[in-house]
Every structure is written in C-alpha cells, then in structure tokens.
Design a protein around this ligand. Structure first.
Ligand SMILES: O=c1ccn([C@@H]2O[C@H](COP(=O)(O)OP(=O)(O)O[C@H]3O[C@H](CO)[C@@H](O)[C@H](O)[C@H]3O)[C@@H](O)[C@H]2O)c(=O)[nH]1
Ligand SMILES: [Mn+2]
Length: 715
C-alpha cells in the first residue's frame, strides 16, 4: 500500500492512490523524440530554399510551421502522461464504519431528448439499471428528464416503474449483473441450473419481453392509444411508489418556449438540480446520459468511499467514472473507445489535480454545483442531510412546475454561478473547471468492472459530427474567459491548466494536418523535394520521430488492451477528424466568436437500421450521404492517390531512378502511407455497391477537385 495503512488521524482510509509504474520507457521515448525533433528544426532552419525558388521556399516554410505546431502540441500531450495515478476503494471499510442509516442519499439524473433517436426502451433500461443499485432503496431517487416531452417516453417509464417491482427484488436476490434487463438477458441466454430460480428467471424474462414488445409497438405507432391514455394521471401516478420499497422515480419534462433559450442538456440538468432539491435533496447527485446504463451495481458505494473518506473526502467535488461503450466493433472501426484516454490520460489528469467533468457517469457533491467555494473549515454531517420532504406528490408537482418553468431562471445566477454553466456546447468541461477553480478537487475512478456502458455512433458521419461538436466546444472554451490558462491562473496548478489544453486545442490541429496531407504530395507531383535525401544523415531524425511515435502509440494501445488493427483504425480516424471535423469546428468557432452563428447541440443518434448495423459489425466504413465532410475526405484521398502514382511514374521514367528515389524517398513514403490509410475511401468511391458506399455526387465532385488541384500543382 502506497499511502500508509493509516491516515494521519489514525483512520483507515476508504481509498488509496497508487502511482503508475514503469514510466522509464515513456521518459526515454519522450526524451529521444524531443532530440529527434530538435534535429528536424535545425534541418528546416538551415536548408530553407533560396528566394529564387519562390514556391519551394513557401512550401518549405509552411512545412516548418506545421512541424513546429506538431512539436508544440505533442509536448502538451506529455503533461497528462507524466505520472498517472490509479485509485482503489475499500468498500468493506465503508460498510463496517457506516451502517445503512448513515449512508447519504443519492439523486440520479437521466437525460433524454428525442424518442426518435433515443428509443424509449433504451432509456428505461438505463432507468431500471440505476434504480437497482446495490444501495439502500429508500436513499435512491431517480429523475428522468425528457427534453422531448414525449408521451412515448413517459409511457415507457410508467411501464418500467411497474416492471421495477419485480425486477429490483430479483436483482437483489440473485445479485444480478448488469442490472439493465436488456443487457442482462442478452448476456445470459440460459437460466441458472437451480430449478426454482430458473422458473423465476424465465418468468421475469418473459415479463421483460412483454414490456419490450409493448414499448416498441407504441414507439413504432408513434402515439399512445386513447384507452391507455385514460389510465394515466401523469405525475400523480407516483403516489403508489411510496408504499412499496422502491426508489422514488420522477419524470420531469421542463417547460420550453421558442422565445426562451432552453440551453439543451445543461438547461435540463439545472432544472433537475432544482426539482430534486425540492423533492429529495440528496447531497450526492449522479448524472448519466440516457444510453449509459449501470453495469456495476456497486458504483454508488465506490463513489461514497471517496466522498466519505474522513481525511481526503471533504475537498472532493465530483468523482468521474470513464465513458465506456457496449456497441464497439471488434477492432473499434471509428476509434471511438477512447481507450488510451480512459486508461492513461485521465489517470494522468487525475494526478495533476483532478480529471475534467466529462458529462456523464459522474457523481457530484450537490453543494459544489450550487456555487459553493471549498474552504478548509468545510464540513458535512451526512446524517443531517438525509431529510426527505413528506408532502404529497400533488403538492410537489405544483411547486416543481414552477422550478422547471422556462422563465424561472430569468435574472438569476443559474447557468452562471449556480448549476452547470451555459453558453457552450461543452457544459461539462467548464463546469468541472470552475469547481476546481473554487478550490474543490475531483477524482477519476476506473474500476475493473466498468461502471457505465453507453453507445458510440455507428456511422462515420455521426462520428465526425460528434467530434465536430466536441472540438468546437473545446476551442470556444479556450478562446473564452474560461481558458484554463487565464481562468485557472493562480487558482489551480499549472500542470492542471496544461492538462486541459490538448483537448481544448484539438480543432487547431486541422491546419498543420491539412498542410501535411496535401502540400508534400502536390510537391512530389511538381518535383519539389521537401525532405532530406535518403542518403543524408538528416533522414534519421525524420524516420526516428515517425517510427518512434508509431511504435510508442501502438505500444500504448496494446498495453491498454487493444489490437494492432485498432491502432491502425485510430491513426486513420486521427487523420479523418483532423481534416474534416476539426476544420469545420475551427471555422464555426470563429464565426460564432464574431456573432455570425449559434452553436447547436446535435444529438448523437443511438440507433441504426439493419443494414447499417450489419456493416458496422463487419467493420465496413459507412459513407452513404453526400456530406461536405466526405467530399473533403474523398478529395484528399484522391489527391494523394494521384500524387503517389505521379511519384512512382517519376521514378520509373527518370533516366536516373536511384537519384530520384534518393531525393523523393521520404515524400513518397509519406504519400504512400496516406494512400494506405485511405484505402476504405477508395473502396467506398469505386468498389462498393451497397448503400453505404460514397454517393455518386461525392465521387464525381471529388475526382474533379483532386484533378484540378493536381493540374494546378503541376503547371
Ligand atoms: O437538448 C438536449 C440535448 C441533449 N440532451 C441529452 O444529452 C445527452 C448527451 O447527448 P448525446 O447526443 O448522446 O451527446 P454525446 O456526444 O454522446 O455526449 C457527450 O458530450 C456531451 C457534451 O457535448 C456531454 O454532455 C455528454 O455527457 C457526453 O456523453 C443525451 O442523454 C441527450 O438526451 C438533452 O437532455 N437535451
Ligand atoms: Mn451519447
């Protein structure tokens, strides 16, 4: 044990912190890469082509700038990798020290917005899974926020509440894992051996299937039949809940009107904070997106080990669990697993002062969300904060309506000092940062059995759009008063400020990357060498930096449990998003900055049609729509294909093959690597017949653009 058995006051701590071992390879890699990079700079600076070759000179200087950016960005990414820490909890100590009575209550927020792309059956599986936590039932309240105000979602929740009366006891009795019925029954196809239990198992499975069919039929129908409608009296239905040993379950659809900005998920969360304060007012809040079901019924207890640790718990504002996913393809086609982020970067972030809040799977101390500053004399008496109001649902409904009305926040501090912050598509990052700046810290906890599992986009376009939103929000933060380097100056450590920067600067990568994937290739066509000759020793610095980086990142992916193919996919997506998502994100941010546009929250689709899902499972890239993003990707891919062909032709037809190869060797290597990464694009353009191929319009246009670019370059 790292931190000594006993804390300074003689307590056995409820959690421990273990620094990562084996940092030597990382330090060697970073030191040697740094030296390699210095050589590259020296080479670039000392061989700038003279003024007579004007194009050459500018191409060279541009490449130098791109390389300077990459080096700068790379050094920023080191900050988060320097000394990761891992956290471990002691649940047995928690339960021996606090009886059920003494544990604080928890309010759980589930956000949904659109039954069309977030199917109600998925939403209620999440709701059921969080109702079924291994935690005193009367201490759990679940709030479902429905920004779509959909009676389909409402109906599904009503049915789920009924089903919970058999599902929750079943989960407790059999210690079921995971507690989302859909996930549970699809993981365990067979009932257990014991015949009595098997009977119950089968009957619950049958009930779940009926429930599912019922909800899916209604969802397809798109409306609730009149006779069913008569049965529901809305909120007042929940009176029955208080008579059963079940968690409180509340459905909230806040009021929205066109003349008032609803602030998307952030607005929903703030309404929930107020409504829940009125109803259950738990000191701890967990928030999850509607697709993130609970996969580990001990997550609350684990989080409590942090908050309730006598010595270090008080300063903790939030405990962040990683985002993990259940619908990843075998080799993570779109590189959406965030594997290295989850396993290495966030632990590094944690070591530097606490992870950012990432929007879902996060336990919050309620007070930290309500503008409170942390100070040394802050204290909580968990016993006293467990009071629940004893009013009828009817009275509560009326008072809560006011709290969730669209005018409530006018002329208040909500969205600013109170609650989550408005004005940015990434409410999570600034809300986390501002709490750290108010003296709180945060904890990252990544247990072996993942606490939450959600959905990743299953088409390339959805992926690119999601990353555009993230990159845009990030850059907006960097350019706003919340820039960690300014806002955090003097309030949080420099290494924590810097830990935020690589994410916030994602979008800026687009220029250097666009430059690197076009100019060297076009110059190859035109016959302008931009890299050292293969026979010169300078070539070593370039090849070393290239291969060391590949080897190291491959090592990281494998160490974190990934495959070689996954690493390759990651490299490809790295290029795709930097040349499309980030490019648009950058321009949209600038437009927004000058007031020309409003950033919107495009909700990620969580369902796909049969064929699309099938292709996703077979790891075939999905194009299919004539999006501008695809036109860019296809044009770049073709441009490199043509340049590569042009380069090969040059070597073959030149009277001195060896000399040409010597001069253009590295440039050809770069160009052919790009062609290799783009193979799925060529397939989509020319070789596929399914509905996921590139639309003909994209194919024609990109051929024309690429040819045009090549022609201009050659003459
Ligand atoms: O007006 C809205 C829009 C969205 N949502 C909900 O917000 C959640 C996240 O939306 P999603 O489209 O799934 O976005 P992701 O890109 O997957 O979200 C990631 O990024 C967001 C910030 O961009 C964070 O808020 C999320 O927690 C994080 O999972 C979902 O539950 C939505 O139902 C609302 O409640 N109201
Ligand atoms: Mn999502």
């Amino acid at each position: 044990m790292n931190e000594g058995e006993r804390g300074s006051k003689g307590y056995l701590p409820l959690f421990e912190t273990v620094p990562a071992r084996g940092c030597l390879p990382f330090q060697l890699f970073s030191a040697s890469t740094f030296i390699g990079t210095c050589f590259i700079w020296v080479y670039r600076a000392s061989y700038i082509p003279g003024v007579e070759g004007k194009t050459e000179r500018w191409a060279w200087i541009g490449l130098f700038l791109a390389e300077l950016w990459f080096s700068f960005y790379w050094s920023l990414t080191l900050v988060r990798r320097w000394n990761p820490v891992f956290r471990y909890t002691f649940k047995d100590r928690l339960s021996s020290r606090y009886n059920q009575e003494a544990l604080p209550s928890v309010d759980i927020f589930v956000c949904t917005a659109d039954p069309g792309i977030e199917p109600p059956i998925m939403v209620i599986n999440t709701v059921l899974s969080v109702m079924a936590y291994d935690y005193p039932t009367e201490k759990i309240s679940v709030y479902l926020s429905d920004d779509g105000s959909s009676d389909l979602t409402f109906y599904a929740m009503l049915e789920a509440a009924r089903f919970s009366q058999i599902w929750l006891p079943f989960c407790r009795k059999l210690k079921v894992e995971p507690r989302s019925p859909e996930a549970f029954f699809s993981n365990a196809a067979e009932p257990p051996d014991d015949s009595v239990i098997a009977e119950e198992w089968l009957s619950i499975k049958k009930s779940y299937e009926d429930l599912k069919i019922g909800i899916e039929t209604i969802t397809k129908l798109g409306r609730i039949p009149a006779d069913m409608r008569k049965e529901h009296k809305g909120f007042r239905e929940w009176d029955f809940v208080s008579r059963k040993p079940l968690p409180t379950l509340v459905y909230v659809a806040r009021e929205k009107r066109p003349q008032y900005h609803h602030n998307y998920k952030t607005g929903a969360m703030n309404a929930l904070i107020r409504v829940s304060a009125r109803i259950s007012n738990a000191p701890i809040i967990l928030n999850v997106d509607c697709d993130m079901y609970s996969n580990n019924s001990e997550a609350i207890k684990n989080a409590m080990c942090f908050f309730m640790d006598e010595e270090k718990g008080l300063e903790i504002a939030y405990v962040q669990y990683p985002q993990s996913f259940y619908n990843l393809s075998k080799n993570d086609l779109y590189s959406s697993s965030l594997r290295v982020v989850v396993e290495l970067e966030l632990p590094g972030f944690d070591a530097n002062g606490g992870p950012s809040y990432i929007g879902t799977g996060c336990f919050h101390r309620r007070e930290s969300l309500c503008g409170k500053k942390y100070s040394k004399d802050f204290n909580v008496e968990w016993r006293n904060v467990n009071k629940k109001v004893q009013e009828s649902a009817r009275v509560l409904e009326d008072t809560c309506k006011v709290l969730a009305s669209c005018t409530y926040e006018q002329n208040t501090d909500w969205g600013n000092e109170m609650g989550l912050k408005y004005g940015c598509p990434l409410e999570d990052i600034i809300t986390g940062l501002s709490r750290q700046c108010r003296g709180w810290r945060s904890i990252y906890y990544n247990p072996e059995r993942k606490a939450f599992l959600g959905v990743v986009p299953t088409t390339l376009l959805q992926y690119l759009v999601q990353h555009k939103r993230w990159a845009e929000g990030d850059l907006q933060i960097f350019l706003s008063k919340y820039c960690p380097l300014i806002y955090g100056h003097g309030r949080i450590p420099l290494k924590l400020q810097l830990s935020y920067c690589p994410y916030l600067l994602w979008a800026v990568n687009c220029f250097a990357t666009l430059y690197y994937v076009t100019v060297p290739s076009l110059c190859l066509l035109k016959g302008i060498p931009l890299f050292p000759k293969m026979s010169s020793p300078w070539v070593l610095s370039f090849t070393y930096v290239l291969f060391a980086n590949c080897a190291y990142s491959l090592g990281e992916v494998i160490w974190c449990g990934g495959t070689i193919q996954e690493w390759l996919n990651d490299q490809r997506m790295w290029m795709f998003k930097r040349t499309s998502s980030y490019f648009f994100a950058f321009f949209d941010t600038i437009l927004k900055l000058f007031g020309f546009s409003e950033s919107a929250f495009v909700i990620t689709e969580k369902v796909a049609d049969e064929q699309t899902s099938q292709r996703y499972e077979q790891e075939v890239m999905e194009f299919g729509t004539p999006s501008l993003m695809f036109k860019i990707l296809a044009t770049l891919a073709l441009l490199n294909l043509f340049s590569c062909a042009g380069g090969i032709k040059k070597v073959v037809t030149h009277y001195d093959h060896i000399k040409t190869l010597d001069q253009f060797g590295l440039q050809m290597l770069l160009c052919s690597l790009l062609v290799y990464l783009n193979l799925p694009v060529y397939q989509g353009l020319f070789f596929r017949k399914d509905s996921g191929k590139m639309p003909a319009s994209v194919t024609y246009q990109s051929i024309i653009y690429a040819l045009l670019a090549c022609t201009v370059a050659m003459y």
